[in-house]
Design a protein around this ligand. Structure first.
Ligand code: PLP
Length: 425
């Protein structure tokens, strides 16, 4: 028996599905996940010493690849000074200012320990600030595992939220309204139906959690206009897109300034760090300045702060992001070209250093579109790529991520693997 199989069989007794976060179990592609032994640069190594080119990068955070020297050194230096104080420390201020230089909408902010917490608290702040109850979210957008956001309409028609998850009681999502992504008309009708009760419209400005789905050209600007007109807030959940689609996130790339922003993933460089923030008047409702309570024992943890700081420091050096974005678009163009060679319906896209593909001729503008892609073909492709040493997200509805360690030779090796895999599909 392989060591991965042996260890995973033990994991199955300890954790639901053998994992500590569900998609890791490979349920939607079948088979059993390998167990990671170590990682370096663009590669993961499993317990049986197989090497994989990694296009998950820990689901986004690792923009420099695995175990980069600059981050290691920053962590070692911090560890010598202790790693959790529960009292203010300078790395928090330095990381906050660094992030603010790239995301100026963050006039005031607060660190959390995960993206889930960041979005959950941003919603509470939006409701506390506006005195309104309703939240608008989009079908296929994921905002972490908090109760109020585990709802979707399902039918693609605007409806009152219904729970999407056992254990979430209907009253908790009753004020969560769900509409299709990229459908500005649906959002406008919601505002007409509820002109004074929508606190906030929250979205992934570029979807990465139902595959990779960019916004139509005027969708984000349309949301900005509608929310302003009706006195609601606009919250960009950039936990995934922050420092990924551009150094200033989707808001910088598309030139739309939200009232509230959430970040996570990249800003912790692989450590548990999230952040929410935005307009100073809005953030002034947060305790101890105002009546909206929010707290966290390990929030602003110095190990996470210095890991994030070192990561962003390297990532924003001249040329690093642009080279990685170029590698990403070369990857996407190469995949499309090879799929075409074998006559396989396929759409692939990227923005900055995030990408995605569907076994479908496209275009894909919403989760409903994405669901029409050929997931059986995806499953086969996933396993073929794995056999050829390339690890992609184990679900047809996840984005992919590159890193500064994904150099042109790594991309070439990936495209060779893709050629062989498409040939056998
Ligand atoms: C990952 C993600 C979250 C949740 O972050 P966690 O750190 O996993 O809690 C929230 N929103 C978006 C857009 C994400 O991609």
């Amino acid at each position: 028996m392989s060591r991965s199989k042996d260890v995973f069989s033990q994991a199955l007794n300890l954790f639901p599905g053998g994992v500590n976060s569900p998609v890791r179990s490979w349920r939607s592609v079948g088979g059993e996940p390998f167990i990671v032994d170590r990682a370096e640069g663009p590669y993961l190594f499993d317990l049986d010493n197989n090497r994989y080119i990694d296009y998950l990068c820990s689901w986004g955070p690792l923009v420099l690849g695995h175990a980069p020297t600059a981050v290691k050194e920053a962590l070692i230096a911090q560890l010598a000074c202790g790693w959790s104080y529960g009292a203010p420390a300078e790395p928090e201020m330095i990381l906050a200012k660094t992030i603010q230089e790239h995301v100026p909408a963050l006039e005031m902010m607060r660190f959390t320990s995960s993206g889930t917490e960041a979005v959950m608290h941003a919603l509470r702040v939006a409701r506390g600030f506006t005195g309104r109850n309703k939240v608008v979210k989009f079908d296929g957008c994921y905002h972490g595992a908090s109760d109020a956001l585990l709802a979707k309409a399902g039918s693609g028609v605007a409806t009152l939220g219904l729970p999407d998850c056992a254990g979430v009681i209907p009253s908790v999502v009753a004020d969560t309204l769900t509409v299709p992504f990229n459908d500005i008309g649906a959002v406008e009708s919601l505002f007409k139906s509820y002109p004074d009760t929508i606190a906030v419209v929250v979205l992934e400005p570029v979807i990465g959690n139902s595959g990779f789905i960019p916004p139509k050209s005027d969708f984000l600007a349309g949301l900005r206009e509608l929310t302003s007109r009706y006195g609601s807030l606009l919250c960009f959940d950039e936990v995934m897109t922050g420092f990924r689609v551009s150094l200033s996130g989707a808001q910088g790339h598309f030139g739309v300034r939200p009232d509230l922003v959430t970040l996570g993933k990249v800003i912790g460089g692989g450590f548990p760090v999230g952040l929410y923030g935005g307009r100073r008047d809005i953030m002034s409702v947060v305790a101890p300045l105002g009546p909206v309570y929010q707290a966290g024992t390990l929030s602003g943890n110095p190990a996470g702060m210095v890991a994030g700081l070192a990561t962003i420091g390297e990532w924003t050096k001249p040329g690093v992001f642009d080279r990685t974005a170029q590698a990403t678009s070369n990857l996407v163009a190469g995949l499309s070209e090879r799929a075409r060679r074998f006559g396989i319906p396929f759409t692939a896209q990227s923005l900055g250093t995030m990408f995605g593909f569907f076994f479908h001729p496209g275009p894909i503008h919403s989760y409903d579109d994405a669901k029409r892609s050929d997931t059986e073909r995806f499953k086969k492709f996933f396993h073929l790529m794995l056999e050829h040493g390339v690890y992609m997200a184990p679900s047809a509805f996840e984005a992919g991520f590159t890193s500064a360690a994904h150099t042109p030779d790594v991309i070439d090796a990936t495209l060779e693997a893709a050629h062989e895999s498409f040939k056998q599909l």
